[in-house]
Design a protein around this ligand. Sequence first.
Ligand SMILES: [Zn+2]
Ligand SMILES: [Zn+2]
Length: 120
Amino acid sequence: MEGVLVTGTAQAGLAGECARCLDPIEDDIVARFQELFVYDDSEADEEDEGVSRLEGDMVDLEPLLRDAVVLALPFQPLCEEDCPGLCTECGARLKDDPDHTHGAPIDPRWAGLAALQDED
Ligand SMILES: [Zn+2]
Ligand SMILES: [Zn+2]
């Protein structure tokens, strides 16, 4: 009675990088949306913010679509569910080298002794 109810599904291609290892990611998402667009000449309060209006016979889907896609985006995109990320010490990619280790860090107060050990 007061407008047009728009219901739709949008598919979008994603391109980004893994939040842990920075590998490039490509994915598809599906965003669903529904919104009532009120007739332009309806007597709804003009100052009523957040109400979508028809523009003549046209519907401007862009803001609706943008919101739906943003909501469908993963907060922290990952290349795979259990991506081990990067080594915090040297930045090596742990996926390529799962047994990656640097040994126990040397207490700086004992570093002089470690140097003597190396001389032996
Ligand atoms: Zn990753
Ligand atoms: Zn490392």
